[in-house]
Ligand binder design. Structure first.
Ligand code: EAX
Length: 323
């Protein structure tokens, strides 16, 4: 065989060997900055899969909604044009209706309760429902309990919120609940929110402390009330196009990595809850820490009839019963 021919074959062989160990770069997107809870959780996940697969898989991160709003990103992951999204459940119920049950206001008592439910049988069942719709939820991460901000007045009780035009997520369960507070809900994708607040298109919004901090809403909102009116779960979702190509061992690596990512993300939520309020005060926000929670709970009770019809009273009770 002429030397040239041998060389070509040899190089082709090397090429094949190289591609067998080729590096796959996965695109992961999320709403807030790389330093935020979503960024912290995603970075741990990405580091872990890179380590666990000896560099065969790594991530390219797209923070700050660079790949679009959460609804768009979930859709892209379902289609396989985006590999991963670390997203709140806000728009998720539009893809997997059963998930909406965890978006009910005042369903969870506190972080312990919420995390136990999401990591337990109920959360696992919802993960299966997601898989059936082409969304591989590797782990429930976290966004946090949501609090209200606005530019008009201090909110102590539900009546104070009445009449305020507030941006909500594209989530009917939230909107139905918030209407009972007298709020005028205005659904809008997150990437449009800062400008809407700045221009006064809406009076306020509601989000967990880590999002309020990371998005610098203190620059455009005077009042913050620690209403904690709803828990906002989040999920680290992988495209089935990627999942179906993974070996069993790699699937294990991805699942374990997601668990570690979720733990880191929740810890960042804890830290922001503990330290972030002082920061927001320093940034000029007026904070109502002692909210009349009963006034909100009483108002939302009327929406629970509709929730029971949609999800089943027993299902809601099963979540509430988790200790
Ligand atoms: O997931 O849309 C929202 O308000 C979400 O809480 C935010 O994008 C982070």
């Amino acid at each position: 065989m002429p030397l040239n021919r041998t060389l070509v074959l040899l190089l082709a062989g090397l090429g094949l060997a190289a591609s067998a160990h080729a590096q796959t770069v996965l695109k992961i997107g999320y709403a807030t900055s790389k330093e935020s809870h979503y960024g912290v959780g995603s970075t741990v996940f990405c580091d872990e899969i890179e380590k666990g697969t000896q560099g065969r898989y790594k991530c390219q991160q797209f923070p700050n909604s660079a790949l679009g709003g959460e609804r768009e990103q979930i859709e892209a992951v379902q289609l396989g044009t985006q590999d991963l999204v670390n997203t709140s459940t806000g728009p998720l119920g539009n893809f997997v209706p059963e998930v909406k049950v965890v978006d009910i206001p005042f369903l969870f008592r506190n972080y312990d309760h919420a995390r136990k439910v999401m990591d337990g049988a109920i959360g696992q069942d919802l993960q299966k429902k997601m898989a059936a719709k082409g969304l591989i939820n590797l782990a429930w991460t976290e966004n946090g309990f949501r609090h209200m901000t606005n530019s008009k007045r201090a909110i102590v009780k539900a009546d104070d919120a009445a009449g305020l035009k507030m941006r909500t997520m594209e989530n009917k369960v939230h909107m139905d609940g918030y209407k009972t507070f007298g709020i005028l809900p205005t659904p809008m994708p997150f990437p449009e929110l800062f400008t809407a607040l700045q221009q006064g298109t809406v009076d306020g919004q509601e989000n967990p402390i880590p999002v309020i901090l990371a998005s610098k809403f203190s620059q455009v909102q005077k009042h913050l009330s620690l209403t904690g009116h709803v828990y906002s779960p989040a999920a680290l979702i992988l495209s089935p196009a990627v999942w179906s190509k993974l070996s069993d061992a790699d699937k294990q690596v991805f699942t374990e990595a997601a668990k570690k990512g979720a733990a880191a993300q929740r810890k960042k939520v804890n830290d922001d809850e503990a330290n972030g309020i002082a920061q927001l005060k320093k940034d000029g926000m007026q904070v109502v820490e002692q909210v009349d929670g009963d006034s909100f709970r009483k108002a939302v009770a009327s929406a629970y009839q509709g929730y029971a019809r949609e999800f089943g009273a027993d299902r809601i009770a099963a979540i509430q019963a988790v200790k």
